[in-house]
Ligand binder design. Structure first.
Ligand SMILES: [Zn+2]
Length: 132
């Protein structure tokens, strides 16, 4: 097993785990991008959102809510960014499903929203293709 996140969840590698249950682990990344930055990952190896079972994803999302409230209470966070990438094209870099939690604070000076090129898209065409 070569996956770093699998090894952290299995405690084969040291990790700063703040919470673990039978489905997920939540730990500090090796390098925090913001104060209180956390990762939430399933203990089992799933590459990305396309293959994680719905029940495990639901558990992770519910935990994201709980940990957000925890960060609000413990760190005084006034906002939260939840970041995720699934797939190479989405710039996923570690191929074990994970979400990043960024606690945010008033006047923290960060801009975590992606800067995208302004392009025009035909919303009717898109709607016709993806209406569910
Ligand atoms: Zn893994």
């Amino acid at each position: 097993m070569e996956c770093v996140f699998c090894k952290i969840c299995a405690k084969e590698l040291p990790g700063k785990i703040i919470y673990q249950d039978n489905i997920l682990s939540c730990f500090l990344p090796r390098k925090m991008e913001v104060y209180g930055h956390l990762l939430i990952v399933p203990n089992k190896h799933y590459e990305n959102i396309f293959d994680i079972p719905e029940e495990e994803l639901t558990h992770i999302i519910k935990f994201a809510k709980k940990i957000s409230l925890h960060l609000k209470e413990r760190l005084g966070a006034t906002g939260i960014n939840i970041l995720h990438a699934s797939g190479k094209s989405a710039q996923q870099s570690v191929f074990h499903f994970h979400i990043h939690i960024f606690p945010r604070f008033d006047n923290d000076g960060l801009d975590t929203w992606p800067k995208l090129e302004k392009k025009e898209y035909n919303s009717d065409e898109v709607l016709a293709k993806i209406k569910f």
